[in-house]
Design a protein around this ligand. Structure first.
Ligand SMILES: [Zn+2]
Ligand SMILES: [Zn+2]
Length: 162
């Protein structure tokens, strides 16, 4: 199983493979090692992910393992190209470009595999064993967002100076 997450210490993106065999997740950038929790994996074959290994959350969801920027980029390029074609009064080309853009998006959606992501810290898990979770749920997402906001409110703030 693979993991991709932002290091809590230095915010560098960390990618590791074979995490079911590791006892710690080492950051290649700052050396911070996150201990893999004992209940991180369910005793299955192959071991199944049971909770997030980066943060204390057990709320994970299934999503497409697709870089969002790439998806948005394809749509933007398609829209720009269709605008150019529209400006040149190429009606047929305009609709052909829009159609192809939608088609590329659809094909990518069908081809790209699923991965599992953490609501709280955004860590992503891929490969055998990273499955069995429900799709994205807005309510759970909102709960985690509010929890993080509350924690930030509780954090000691420097005294307001005048
Ligand atoms: Zn780090
Ligand atoms: Zn997490």
């Amino acid at each position: 199983m693979q993991i991709g997450y932002d290091c809590p210490s230095c915010s560098a993106s960390v990618r590791l493979t074979g995490i079911e065999t590791l006892s710690v997740l080492p950051c290649q950038h700052c050396g911070t090692a996150l201990e893999v929790p004992a209940d991180g994996f369910a005793a299955d074959s192959p071991p199944r992910l049971a909770r997030c290994l980066v943060c204390p959350s057990a709320d994970l969801f299934v999503r497409k393992d697709f870089p969002q920027r790439l998806g948005v980029g394809i749509v933007v390029v398609g829209l720009l190209a269709s605008c150019v074609a529209w400006g040149m009064r190429e009606l047929l080309a305009t609709f052909a470009i829009l159609f192809v853009t939608a088609l590329i998006d659809l094909v990518l959606y069908l081809v790209v595999p699923d991965c599992v992501a953490c609501y709280r810290c955004g860590a992503r898990y891929r490969g055998p064993g990273a499955d069995g979770f429900a799709p994205f749920d807005l309510e759970t997402h909102e709960r985690h967002r509010q929890q993080v906001a509350r924690l930030q409110e509780l954090a000691p703030r420097p005294p307001a100076g005048g």
